[in-house]
Design a protein around this ligand. Structure first.
Ligand code: ATP
Length: 234
């Protein structure tokens, strides 16, 4: 479904991704693990079209997307939920959700999506008239994911959805990601919380300073001594 080949990305003169290869099949949850600065966010931003590669290609199905504009990429079915729950704080929950659907033209699809999203996140329905800036951290993360789903994506790119959340909320967010995936949305998940991510994902990639150093199914990564030492606390 998504295939990244020899991807190089630079910030000015400094190369952040040194030719990575990554693949996500339809229906999967795939996770990218790695320390701060490894290049995980850069990878997601490049898939979304917010950064342009200096070399390499990104295929979504048969379409090479790396030169397309970000809104065209959303329209093809790729939605990103950025790190740090960037919701529009002076707009209501409902207004934030409406913005997420800006590339969807069919009103029926929007309505159906909204019903599904409110069934996933009943809390958001209760609070749909509330200003997003007054939501709790966990609720803002729910809203950020919900807004991504309003674009009706085939694949959802999630950047650190558990960041800064209390353990009980982390559990609930991961359970919801599973539910989203079971509804037919493919997921590419960037996470610092390696253990939870590997328990959820089918496969994983490990990144170190702009390279993919390991790719395997989650079971093997969970028991891999090097992964355990570096990312799972021994
Ligand atoms: P984190 O978990 O800390 O977000 P990450 O794995 O997502 O880490 P990236 O944010 O992709 O890492 O950063 C990869 C490299 O690119 C780092 O060396 C970082 O300093 C650099 N970098 C990221 N954003 C910029 C930017 N806007 N300008 C210059 N360099 C950047």
């Amino acid at each position: 479904m998504l295939k990244i080949e020899n991807l190089h990305v630079s910030y000015g003169n400094v190369e952040a991704l040194h030719g990575i290869e990554l693949e996500v099949n339809e229906g999967e949850i795939v996770t990218i693990l790695g320390a701060n600065g490894a290049g995980k966010s850069t990878t997601l931003l490049t898939i979304s079209g917010l950064l342009k590669p200096t070399k390499g290609s990104i295929f979504f199905g048969d379409i090479e997307i790396s030169k397309l504009d970000a809104h065209e990429i959303v329209k093809l079915g790729i939605a990103q939920v950025p790190e740090g729950r960037r919701v529009f704080s002076t707009l209501t929950v409902q207004e934030n959700l409406n913005l997420g659907a800006f590339t969807v033209e069919d009103e029926k699809t929007i309505k159906k999506n909204l019903e599904w999203i409110f069934s996933l996140f009943p809390r958001l329905e209760e609070r749909k008239e509330q200003l997003a800036g007054t939501l709790s951290g966990g609720e803002q993360q729910m809203l950020a994911i919900a807004r991504g789903l309003m674009a009706n994506p085939k694949i959802l790119l999630l950047d650190e959805p558990s960041l800064g959340l209390a353990p009980i909320l982390v559990k609930s967010i991961f359970a919801t990601i599973k539910e989203i995936n079971q509804s037919g949305v493919t997921v590419l998940l960037v996470e610092q919380n390696a253990k939870a991510a590997l328990k959820l994902a089918h496969r994983g990639y490990v990144m170190e300073v702009g390279n993919i150093v390991l790719a395997d199914n989650s079971e093997n990564l969970l028991t891999n001594p090097a992964v355990r030492k570096a990312y799972l606390g021994g």
